[in-house]
Design a protein around this ligand. Structure first.
Ligand code: FMN
Length: 204
């Protein structure tokens, strides 16, 4: 399967067969995540591979009771370090400069004063799993496997279930396995004219 075929074929699956995933395929999928790019090559993402039935069910409960997640033979738990805090950075820190350009100095100063350091760390690290996770979805599709992003998650509860240390949080889950039933149709996307513009916005 070439890359565009995998991109086109991937869709969210919400029912899974109990069929196990061959170890070498799982290893390749995790390698695809490990090779993902990250801001400043920070590589701030870790991948929990959850196969224990009881733990999968508890995670599914933490995901608002989306119990079908636990049907998959593997649930990936996307975790990241949450210690990043702009208040602790020297004035010449590169990420501080980047974030000031992105969010504005006023917002950065406001966030630096926020007392909820844990909540702040979670907010800053929220995007870390997105590119590795995308690599996983496509590598999985390449092997005839299915996935679904799970962002509806009680982050604190998931961290407890996974026994994460206090400087880590679990941001997303992703069931990984073989669809029990193929969905009838793919979800639709906006037409290209609505989502692409060339040079200036008004030229759309
Ligand atoms: C960041 C993110 C979080 C998501 N969270 C959930 C979720 O908690 N539960 C769920 O059933 N689907 C979830 N989805 C799947 C989306 O609903 C799905 O990707 C979208 O409807 C498009 O469908 P497709 O993936 O089949 O193309 C999530 C997707 C993303 C990208």
């Amino acid at each position: 399967m070439n890359l565009m075929e995998a991109i086109t074929k991937r869709r969210s699956i919400r029912n899974y067969a109990p069929t196990l995933i061959p170890r070498e395929i799982l290893d390749e999928i995790l390698e695809a995540a490990r090779l993902a790019p990250s801001g400043g090559n920070g590589q701030n993402c870790c991948y929990g591979v959850v196969t224990d039935e009881h733990m999968k069910r508890k995670l599914a409960q933490a995901a608002g009771g989306q119990m079908w997640i636990a049907e998959a033979p593997v649930v990936i738990a996307f975790c990241a370090n949450i210690e990043y805090n702009t208040a602790n950075l020297p004035e010449d820190d590169f990420s501080l400069a980047v974030n000031r350009l992105r969010y504005g100095r006023e917002m950065l100063d406001y966030l630096s004063g926020c007392k909820d350091k844990r909540g702040l760390g979670i907010m800053w690290a929220n995007a870390c799993p997105l590119i590795p996770g995308t690599h996983i979805t496509l590598a999985a599709t390449n092997h005839g496997l299915d996935t679904c992003w799970i962002g509806y998650l009680d982050v604190a509860k998931a961290g407890e279930i996974l026994s994460l240390p206090s400087n880590m949080a679990c941001f997303y889950l992703m069931p990984l396995g073989y669809a029990a039933v193929e969905p009838k149709k793919k979800s639709t996307r906006k037409p290209v004219e609505e989502v692409v513009f060339y040079d200036k916005w008004e030229a759309r």
